[in-house]
Design a binder for this molecule. Structure first.
Ligand code: MG
Length: 358
C-alpha cells in the first residue's frame, strides 16, 4: 500500500470547538478520553500531523485503495490498565477486544491485528504467559489473527509490568457508510447493555470499592453481534463503543460530529444495581465510566425495535435498550431528561475520574 493509491477523503463537517488549555507538562487528565484528551489531540497532534483521514474523528480510519471496491478500516490503541488482572479480564483480552471493537465500529469485519509489547525487567514469565493465552483466546473468539508484533524490555522501575499496543485492520463492505458524522434528526439512540461495569470491576481489583461485589468487566469482542445487526439492518448510521469518558463523552463527540442534539431518558439507561451503589458511594457518575463491551447504535427510529430484537439474540446484547433520540435543535448538546422532569446538560468528561482504566 502506498500513499498514492489511497483515495483522498473530503474533510467532514464541523466538530466542537476545542478550547486550548495550556499546561507545561503532560498531566494524568490528558489520558482521560474526555475534554483534556480532546484538547491534546486537537491542539498538539492534529494541528501538526493532521490530515483528512484523521479529521473524520471516528474509532477507526476509513481508507479507500484505488481500484478496490472494498474499503479498509485501521485502528490502533495502547493498553496501560492497572492492575493487569481484574474481574472478567486482563490486559491481554483488553488489548485484543479494544482494537477489534474500534475496527467493528465502522461496520468493518476485523481480520488482522498487530501487537507491540513493552515489558518491565523482572516481570514474572508466568504472568506474561497468562496474558498471551488470554490474547489467543480473545483472537479465537473474535476470529482475528495477530500477524505482526514487537517486543521491547525496559529496566525495572521504568514501566509498570506490561504495556501493550495493538493495531487492527478490517474490511468494510462496499456501500457501507457508518460513522459519528452520520446521525440524523429523528434517529433513535440504542445502547447494547448496562453501563459502567468495566470501570467498577477495575476499581474493585484495586481494592478501592469498599464492599463485596460480583461486578465483572464487560470486555467482549463485539464484531459478531455487530455483523449480525448490520446484516439484518443495514440502515444503521452510527456505531461507537463508549469506552474512556463513558456514554456521556461519546455521545457529545457524536453530537458535535453530526451537528445534532441528543436527548436521553435517564430512567431508560441500563445500570446494574451494584454499579449504581458503587457510584453513589464513591461519587461517580455511571454515564462517565468506561465500558469495554458495549456499543451505541444510532439508526432511523422505525428500525429501532427490529435492531433491539437482533441485539438481544446475542449473549452480549441481552440488555439492549432504546435510551434516546436525535434532534436538529440545539446542535452539539447532549441533554439528559430526568424522571423528575428536569433536564441536565451532559458535557465531555472534564479532568480524570479513574486513571489507567484501559
Ligand atoms: Mg472506540
Amino acid at each position: 500500500m502506498t500513499r498514492e493509491n489511497i483515495e483522498p477523503i473530503q474533510m467532514q463537517g464541523p466538530v466542537c470547538p476545542i478550547p486550548h488549555r495550556h499546561t507545561d507538562t503532560i498531566v494524568i487528565g490528558h489520558g482521560s478520553g474526555g475534554q483534556m484528551t480532546h484538547d491534546l489531540v486537537q491542539n498538539i497532534f492534529k494541528s501538526r500531523i493532521g490530515n483528512a483521514v484523521l479529521a473524520e474523528g471516528n474509532d477507526a480510519a476509513r481508507l479507500t485503495l484505488k481500484g478496490q471496491t472494498e474499503q479498509i478500516a485501521v485502528s490502533t490503541d495502547s493498553h496501560v490498565v492497572s492492575p493487569l488482572f481484574f474481574p472478567g479480564g486482563d490486559i491481554g483480552r483488553l488489548a485484543v477486544c479494544g482494537t477489534v471493537n474500534d475496527v467493528a465500529m465502522l461496520g468493518a469485519t476485523p481480520v488482522f491485528l498487530t501487537a507491540g509489547f513493552i515489558l518491565e525487567e523482572g516481570f514474572p514469565m508466568d504472568s506474561l504467559i497468562m496474558i498471551i493465552d488470554s490474547m489467543a483466546e480473545a483472537c479465537q473468539e473474535a476470529n482475528v489473527q495477530i500477524v505482526a508484533g514487537d517486543t521491547k524490555v525496559v529496566e525495572k522501575g521504568k514501566a509498570d509490568g506490561v504495556f501493550i499496543n495493538t493495531a487492527g485492520f478490517g474490511l468494510i463492505p462496499q456501500g457501507r457508510t457508518i460513522g459519528g458524522q452520520f446521525a440524523q434528526p429523528g434517529d433513535a439512540v440504542l445502547i447494547s447493555g448496562s453501563l459502567g461495569d468495566h470501570g467498577i470491576a477495575v476499581l474493585q481489583a484495586r481494592g478501592d470499592l469498599g464492599f463485596e461485589s460480583d461486578i465483572q468487566s464487560d470486555i467482549t469482542p463485539l464484531n459478531h453481534m455487530i455483523g449480525e445487526l448490520l446484516e439484518k439492518i443495514p440502515e444503521v448510521h452510527v456505531l461507537r463503543d463508549p469506552t474512556r469518558g463513558g456514554l456521556a463523552t461519546t455521545l457529545k463527540e457524536i453530537a458535535c460530529q453530526s451537528q445534532v442534539s441528543i436527548r436521553l431518558q435517564e430512567e431508560s439507561i441500563p445500570i446494574k444495581p451494584d454499579v449504581r451503589i458503587a457510584c453513589e458511594m464513591l461519587g461517580f457518575d455511571p454515564l462517565y465510566l468506561a465500558n469495554e463491551g458495549k456499543v451505541i447504535v444510532i439508526l432511523p427510529a422505525e428500525k429501532a425495535e427490529a435492531a433491539l430484537e437482533t441485539l438481544r439474540t446475542s449473549p452480549y446484547g441481552t440488555m439492549a435498550t432504546r435510551i434516546g433520540a436525535v434532534f436538529s435543535e440545539d446542535p452539539e448538546q447532549v441533554l439528559l431528561q430526568t424522571p423528575f422532569g428536569t433536564t441536565r446538560i451532559l458535557d465531555m468528561l472534564s479532568g480524570e475520574i479513574l486513571p489507567r482504566i484501559c
